[in-house]
Design a protein around this ligand. Structure first.
Ligand code: NAI
Length: 245
């Protein structure tokens, strides 16, 4: 039996990169999908032949199709695990300032949910297709939500809402995906983890003991991948401290 194959969006940085390395250490083959081509190509060289980089903007549907096609063929017709992990948090608090207005003085559109929610739904939708063709039929999905998806976060309402919807999505698609496609779906909800997405401002605001170690997050993935968990059950393992009061 060939090695298991994972596709990780946002795999070129932060949590996605840590997960990529962690899975490679365990003998997985990993496809790193990311919009950051420079970092992805450098990683492909650094990590060797068990990894493959595909440049994809997950907000573009045709990019996602191409990314899955690449992963499935590079993985020799298997794609055991899809980590819908790419995300952004521009911390728009929806308090409008001059830079939020266009040349006509109208508010510019808000687009965070295209990355943090719509792209996740599309990814799960396309993965379903490949899970049917998978060697053993079926697979696993983990969506990266956030503690901000469990507790309303007034400092970044778009992000918090998109991440809450990701939790809801996992609960909604979990049972039918398991029943019909043999795909186990779960979601992880980390608190702050030291990555590029977690800005210095946050590091100053919150004491060190309120930052989640990356290891805790990786342990949550391990538990899910090794033992599986109930479909649609939220993996709250990575929340050590609830920091929104
Ligand atoms: P990061 O900024 O280090 O990594 C995010 C990756 O996603 C980057 O490589 C970026 O290039 C990629 N990306 C962004 N937009 C993309 C697009 N349109 N298409 C393809 N790739 C794209 O951030 P981090 O922290 O590793 O974030 C990973 C996930 O974890 C995100 O979904 C984030 O919301 C979530 N998360 C992070 C927390 C933290 O404190 N760092 C806490 C809770 C959740």
């Amino acid at each position: 039996m060939s090695n298991p194959v994972a596709l990780i969006t946002g795999g070129a940085s932060g949590i996605g990169l840590a997960l990529t390395k962690h899975l490679l250490d365990q003998g997985w083959k990993v496809v790193i999908a990311d919009i950051n081509e420079e970092a992805g190509k450098a990683l492909e060289k650094e990590l060797g032949s068990s990894s493959s980089f595909v440049r994809a903007d997950v907000t573009i549907y045709s990019d996602q199709i191409a990314m899955f096609k690449h992963a499935f063929s590079w993985g020799e017709n298997r794609l055991d695990f899809f980590a819908a992990n790419a995300g952004v948090d521009d911390r728009q608090d929806m308090h409008m300032s001059a830079e939020d207005l266009d040349e006509n003085g109208d508010p510019k559109p808000l687009n965070l949910t295209t990355v943090d929610l719509t792209a996740v739904i599309q990814g799960c939708w396309i993965y379903k297709h490949y899970a049917r063709k998978n060697i053993k039929r079926g697979g696993k999905i983990v969506i990266t939500s956030s503690v901000a998806g469990l507790y309303a976060s007034p400092i970044n309402p778009q992000y918090s809402t998109a991440k809450a919807a990701c939790v809801h999505l996992a609960r909604c698609i979990g049972p039918p995906f398991l029943k019909n496609e043999n795909i186990i779906v779960n979601v992880i909800c980390p608190a702050f983890i030291m990555t590029a997405l977690c800005p210095p401002k946050i590091r100053e605001l919150f004491p060190k003991d309120q930052i989640t170690p990356m290891e805790t997050c990786l342990n949550a993935y391990d538990k899910f991948l090794q033992h599986g968990t109930l479909t649609g059950q939220v993996a709250e393992l990575s929340i050590e401290k609830v920091i929104f009061h």
